[in-house]
Design a protein around this ligand. Sequence first.
Ligand SMILES: [Zn+2]
Length: 217
Amino acid sequence: MIAVLDDFDPLAEIAELARRQSAEKRAADLITAAKVRLVTGRAVPYDRNDKKARAHALGISAFFSSLVRRTKDVPSWDIPTADTNGKVCRYRPDWIADMVRVESVIGIISHERFHDAFGHHARIRHLQLRRANVAGDLSIDSILRCAGIEVPDQLLFPERPFEFPPGSGRIVGPFPEGLSLEQYYTLLPDDHGRRGCPGQRRSSRIRPRERAPAYDP
Ligand SMILES: [Zn+2]
């Protein structure tokens, strides 16, 4: 017997599959290119006649390249952007693929690795998750910018006011630069959100890696 599903469009399904495959390929290529730039000391542009600037740029690349080697990058269609749990960095393929410049991808990779380097996933276990994620982002994006890493404009910066909690209409900021996750957390309003990491609420059978909280950029 042959069943016909009213809402099933085979051509649309094939087109979506092709779109996803194309995005996955381009995203993987961009991430590889970004990692190569980091590992080979070309993450930050500098004046080749300026020895001090060169030493700074190479130091920045060396720092992030050491972090890049520790974490695995995997595509995921289940998230809107990218996140990390300290061991695995997930990225949404079409979000990465839409980035025009490899420098932006370097900025995203560096952003996620900074979360890992600061151990943010271990520091937010008893905090409101969304509020702690925003606080973590505020604590690292301006450092990345100071380091010369090209940070995508959509990320959060202390000097730029923004709406929080999202959809509340409440504008927060500007905040001082150079504070820690915990300091920014206390400056943000109560999110009335859940505490801890999502994995801890799903199941006791989840693997330890999945219990670590994840971050959005
Ligand atoms: Zn982040």
